[in-house]
Design a binder for this molecule. Structure first.
Ligand code: DGJ
Length: 721
């Protein structure tokens, strides 16, 4: 809900549990007043309190004090010495700005997000137009309030309303000042194979920054920042989460000023960025979602999940049963024969698997990492019957067929590169860094996007393909494009991302029945932007159930479970070297979107039976995973155990998975306390032969027999009274 108090120039925004308040102050600036749990819309009180921040002595005019008031858009070159939100350089070289309120509108319309991922539907949108005192730069701040979700979506548009070109040197998506700095910072950090670990730290004075300069959101950091009140736990206390709907280079900062207040800002990374804004043009910044958690990190995560499911992920897929795939990559890597794949298909069908996915090395003359990226035609020497032999075999077995592409990559040893070396990102005279022996396509050029579109479109049109795995296996470096003049080289990274989004958009629009799964060497581009096109993203290249379980735990902080594609590998499967029982592999992968990546020939009879019954159960369980609420019960970043509970919205059914990372001798008792249940409802847990109320299960919990290393339990809860 959005309300404007005309008399006092106050904007009141609110969702189910939060209020967000700002006002136009005497100087004409848009000043933040409050963000947090619901408060009364009491104008006198709000204004009096907002003025409390004013510098206690000296000149009382706003210009003088702007370093210590809450700004909704931080200008540059004034007496606000925090980091600015936007930097615009005019033709005379001047960069100072002073943005003041001009007008606003409240509507049901969504703002223009052309070219970028965005929410598919909204509630009310408040757009506030500010004008720079010194130039023809205007900034429109958009706030979208969603009535059924504690998520507030923000972005801004920078408009050149003059007659001369200007250069944007920074164009963040949001700025928000909190009244104090009494927070801990929650980040999701990691590396290849160990993505999205929860890290909670103090925030000291100065600037804390989370960012990626890799051309993609990266394995190393996730475009997410949480601010937790010191008493905030998993299920109690206040917290705020900020997530970017962007997949390229980004920055998110938390700046604690000398006045011990914190300003958070973020958006497209300002390093390597500049953008020429011609007269009459506007620059649209990526959307950011602010989520308010009224009762712990868990409440914030559940709102993030509702937000992505309800507003970002395509409605066709969001709650649908996703195919349970078997991908041959970790079994064969590049070395496979058609005969072997046919065998895997037959065996997969017997296990109740829905789809076979043909991974890397089906195209061009690709036999290893050195060649053929960019040549998206079938290697008929390797696959003698073309794709149709495999597709037909899938059909005979009642299965579907999926395929792998790496659309953004090019090998120097490829027909495409030989014909168009200018399609790769590289600069004449500078030796490019090869990573996995490959280069990256210059998606700033429309003809490159077109060329890859035509090739992928042809494969999707010629064959009966139901799923596409979109991989991306390197970071960007030695940035240069001959499509732009010298002063516009700073546009490359964002234009590259716009090219990727355009290709995704065109392919998903043209092939709406194909499910796209994101991947970047596993979980190297897992973000809200990719979720707009890809309802699920590969969690990681590791299928180690403890390590990947931690990844799932961290990912669930700000993404829905169904977005996290989790494969079961065979005993020594993908990127792991320890042995887990099949039951644990399957249980952990069921807290996400279940899939497989195993050698069906290597399974014991017991493992086969486990997989068969798992797939049968999944026909029902996926509904709970896709629609339910997650409660994290044991934290693997703090203990040697992890536990998840998913409960349906009506709180009638639950599914819990507990995994032991390391057995501790002489700890004879393992008790599990449930959250998220209805206090007065009686639940039956058939595995334990227990019936108890939600209240008892929460306070006393249940006692489980000890688990040894890598063992797991699964519990099914059902309301019986
Ligand atoms: C990296 C991905 O994460 C793997 O699953 C696999 O698709 C390989 N690339 C193929 O090259």
């Amino acid at each position: 809900m959005i309300r404007f108090d005309k008399e006092h120039n106050i904007f009141y925004l609110s969702g189910p549990h939060y209020s967000y308040i700002m006002f136009v102050n005497e100087g004409g600036y848009l000043q933040g007043a409050y963000y947090g749990g619901k408060v009364d819309e009491d104008a006198q009180y709000i204004l009096r309190n907002a003025k409390r921040y004013n510098f206690p002595a000296g000149d009382l005019n706003y210009e003088y004090q702007c370093d210590c008031v809450a700004n909704e858009l931080a200008s540059y070159g004034r007496l606000d010495f925090h980091e600015p939100t936007v930097i615009v350089k005019r033709n005379d070289g001047a960069r100072m700005s002073r943005f003041k309120y001009v007008s606003h509108s409240i509507s049901e319309e969504l703002p223009d997000m052309t070219g970028l991922p965005h929410i598919r539907r909204g509630g009310q949108t408040l757009s506030i137009l500010l004008q720079d005192d010194f130039s023809d730069t205007r900034v429109q701040l958009n706030y979208i309030v969603l009535d059924d979700c504690d998520a507030l979506v923000r972005n801004l548009e920078i408009i050149n309303s003059g007659t001369e070109d200007m250069m944007l040197h920074k164009a963040f998506s949001y700025c928000l000042d909190f009244d104090d700095a009494n927070f801990k910072l929650l980040k999701l950090e990691g590396e290849w194979l160990t993505e999205r670990n929860m890290e909670i730290t103090d925030i000291g004075h100065g600037i804390t920054k989370i960012h990626s300069l890799r051309g993609k959101s990266s394995h190393q950091t996730s475009p997410f920042m949480g601010l937790l009140r010191p008493d905030c736990t998993e299920e109690a206390g206040e917290c705020f989460g900020i997530g970017l709907l962007y997949s390229g280079c980004y920055s998110m900062t938390a700046e604690v000023s000398s006045h011990s207040r914190v300003r958070v800002q973020g958006g497209i990374s300002e390093l390597e960025f500049c953008w020429k804004l011609a007269a009459g043009e506007k620059f649209i910044t990526p959307q950011t979602v602010f989520v308010y958690g009224s009762s712990g990190i868990g409440s914030m995560s559940r709102s993030f999940a509702d937000f992505y499911r309800g507003y970002v992920i395509h409605p066709k897929w969001v709650y649908a049963k996703r195919p349970v795939v078997n991908n041959h990559w970790s079994v064969t890597e590049f070395q496979f024969t058609e005969k072997e794949l046919l065998k895997i298909i037959d065996e997969s069908a017997k296990l109740g698997i829905d789809m076979f996915v043909l991974d890397d090395a089906w195209f061009g003359r690709r036999y290893d990492e050195h060649s053929s990226l960019g040549d998206w035609y079938v290697n008929e020497t390797k696959l003698k019957g073309g794709l149709n032999t495999l597709i037909d075999r899938c059909k005979q077995n009642g299965m579907k067929f999926g395929i792998w592409f790496e659309p953004e990559a090019i090998s120097e040893d490829s027909d495409l590169y030989r014909a168009h070396p200018e399609y790769a990102i590289r600069k004449a005279g500078v030796e490019p860094t090869r990573s996995r022996y490959q280069l990256v396509l210059d998606f700033t050029k429309p003809e490159v996007v077109d060329c890859i579109f035509r090739q992928i479109d042809k494969i999707l049109s010629d064959y009966d393909i139901s799923y596409l795995k979109w991989d991306m296996n390197r970071d960007l470096s030695e940035l240069y494009t001959d499509s732009l003049p010298a002063e516009r080289q700073g546009e490359i990274l964002h234009r590259y991302m716009l090219g990727v989004y355009e290709l995704l958009d065109r392919l998903t629009q043209k092939h709406p029945d194909v499910l796209f799964e994101g991947c970047a060497s596993g979980g190297g581009r897992f973000d809200g932007g990719m979720l707009y096109y890809c309802p699920q993203i590969q969690a990681s290249d590791t299928n180690d159930p403890w390590q990947r379980g931690k990844n799932q735990y961290g990912s669930s902080v700000c993404y829905p479970l169904s977005a996290v594609s989790c494969h079961v590998s065979d005993r020594e499967g993908c990127c792991q070297n320890r042995h887990f029982p099949m039951k644990t592999r399957c249980a952990i992968s069921s807290i996400g979107t279940l899939g497989y990546e195993f050698d069906t020939r290597a399974l014991t009879e017991e493992e086969r039976q486990e997989v068969i019954s798992r797939n049968a159960q999944w026909d029902e369980l996926y509904r709970l995973i896709n629609r339910g609420d997650l409660y994290r019960l044991m934290n693997p970043f703090e203990t040697d155990m992890m536990a998840f509970l998913v409960v349906d919205k009506a709180k009638q059914n639950g599914y819990a998975v507990v995994e032991c990372g390391k057995y501790t001798p002489n700890k004879y008792k393992l008790s599990l306390k449930f959250s998220g249940l209805q206090e007065d409802t009686v639940y039956e847990i058939c595995e334990l032969g227990i019936k108890a109320t939600g209240r008892t299960l929460h306070r006393i919990g249940v006692e489980l027999p000890r688990l040894h290393d890598y063992e797991s339990y699964e519990l099914h809860l059902k309301a019986v009274q």
